[in-house]
Design a protein around this ligand. Structure first.
Ligand code: ADP
Length: 455
């Protein structure tokens, strides 16, 4: 039996291991999920919701312990890790009610026909998830998949198998056997799972892997929901509250060491306010302590591994070689830790302005006017999030509507109100989740129609 060893990215020490699921074993796991599915579906949304909602108390109670596991396995500051773990409990009952309401049968009538629109589970859902939010990413996919009546085979990232297993163990504690199972391994296991005749693939990860999954799914036209990477812009308008914009830029560029799909990866600032903005941003960056997530003053943890660290450092070096100016950080990196770095004078030709960075780097590009900011912000195949800062609300909103991202925040992060979707446009997403429309993507819509008997 092969094992997958998990390492602490702060120290490089091994922290545990899991058995890799053999390729020959994966179809058996899927068959078990298929066998368990009809009884699970038969419980109805309310019955399933009751069993799933009971997990909230367990996530809450074990928040500290799960948080510590997150920090050990992927390095983020403990406070953020505990918040992530407890986030699996927060609002769980309401969320399940929202899902149940979204997939309730609807009746639609015209003069002659009475139709019922059903939202049936697809069957077996493969959930394939990344490492950057090793509990929350499984939660966002597994929960709606189960609540809508599918059974689930989860393949967590090979970087965070212990967190993925812990998430599934806590959730599955109150569930019938085989409703939620886990397979472990790297891309090979993911490929095997995708090929194992599942009915829905719910994936969060890189655009490159998303494309491979879509191609593999084409063979059987398997349904897919893909949440992919981004290259999110921040547009700072001339009248913006500069301190607030710089504070946001620092938080959203360096949070989770920049390893967030909606990190601010490009910042567009007009010439007149650029110097002041860069100063404020550099100051905020300088105040962020880098280190082990268990140290109480740590704001920025390590890169997940040496490969990711090298990728980020390569982009920084290439940008500087091409004329970008280091306004903060840029040196003092050690182990997997990268010092929060602010680059100004970044141009659209540099790799750091075009390819996803996923590291603690804030890149400032000076633009002549709003129109150029919009044009450059949209000059990317990605389209996940975007943010506009400006004091004149109407004007900032008008700029927001010209952006091609799926989620745009005005004077705030891009995430929307409760009940709105998490949606990537263009090459950042294919299908989406959360919100009533998002929940329904975990189901197959069917219509049954009869003549109206009262006519
Ligand atoms: P990240 O680098 O953010 O983890 P990836 O897209 O590489 O993003 O990985 C996300 C998840 O997809 C991981 O669980 C990984 O093992 C899995 N994966 C990678 N390649 C494939 C593939 N070809 N088919 C299915 N899953 C894959």
């Amino acid at each position: 039996m092969t094992t997958l060893v998990s390492y602490n990215p702060s120290s490089g020490e091994p922290i545990g291991d899991v058995p890799v699921t053999a390729a020959s074993e994966v179809p058996t796991v899927v068959q078990r999920a298929r066998a368990a599915q009809p009884a699970w579906a038969a419980l109805g949304a309310e019955g399933r919701g009751r069993l799933l909602a009971a997990a909230a108390a367990r996530f809450e109670e074990r928040g500290e312990e799960l948080g510590k596991l997150i920090t050990r396995e992927m390095g983020k500051p403990l406070k953020e890790a505990v918040r992530e773990a407890r986030g699996c409990a927060a609002g769980l009952a309401e969320h399940l009610q929202e899902i149940a309401a979204a997939v309730a049968t609807q009746v639609v009538e015209d003069k002659r026909i009475r139709s019922e629109v059903h939202h049936d589970p697809h069957g077996v859902c493969a959930a394939i998830t990344p490492w950057n939010f090793p509990l929350m990413m499984p939660h966002w996919l597994v929960l709606p998949a189960l609540a809508t009546g599918n059974t689930v085979v989860l393949k967590p990232s090979e970087e965070t198998p212990l967190c993925g297993q812990a998430y599934a163990d806590v959730l599955a504690e109150g569930l019938p056997e085989d409703v939620l199972q886990v397979v472990h391994g790297a891309d090979e296991t993911g490929r095997t799972l995708v090929a194992a005749e599942v009915d829905l693939i719910a994936f969060t990860g890189s655009r490159e892997t998303g494309k491979k999954i879509l191609a593999a799914a084409a063979d059987r036209l398997t349904r897919v929901i893909l949440e992919l990477g981004g290259k999110d812009p921040l547009l700072v308008l001339e009248d913006a509250h500069l301190e607030a914009a710089a504070r946001f830029a620092a938080t959203n560029s360096f949070r989770n060491a920049g390893q967030v799909c909606v990190s601010t990866e490009r910042i567009f600032v007009p010439e007149r306010i650029a110097a002041r903005f860069v100063d404020l941003l550099a100051q905020a960056a300088g105040e962020m302590t880098v280190g082990d997530g268990f140290e109480s003053d740590t704001r920025v943890g390590p890169m997940i591994n040496g490969r990711q660290r090298d990728h980020v450092l390569r982009q920084i070096d290439a940008a500087v070689a091409a004329g970008a100016v280091v306004a903060a950080g840029g040196k003092g990196h050690h182990g997997n830790f990268i010092v929060p770095t602010v680059l100004s004078g970044v141009t659209g030709q540099m790799a750091i302005a075009r390819e996803e960075t996923f590291g603690p780097v804030a890149c400032v590009t000076i633009v002549p006017d709003e129109e150029a900011a919009v044009q450059q912000a949209n000059d990317t195949p990605f389209g996940l999030g975007a943010v506009v800062f400006g004091a004149d609300d109407e004007r900032a909103y008008a700029v927001a509507r010209k952006l091609t991202a799926g989620m745009v925040g005005v004077n705030r992060p891009c995430g929307g109100a409760e009940g709105t979707p998490w949606v990537g446009a263009r090459q950042s997403g294919y299908g989406f989740h959360r919100s009533p429309d998002g929940h329904r993507q975990f189901t197959q819509t069917r219509v049954v129609s009869r003549p109206r008997s009262d006519r």
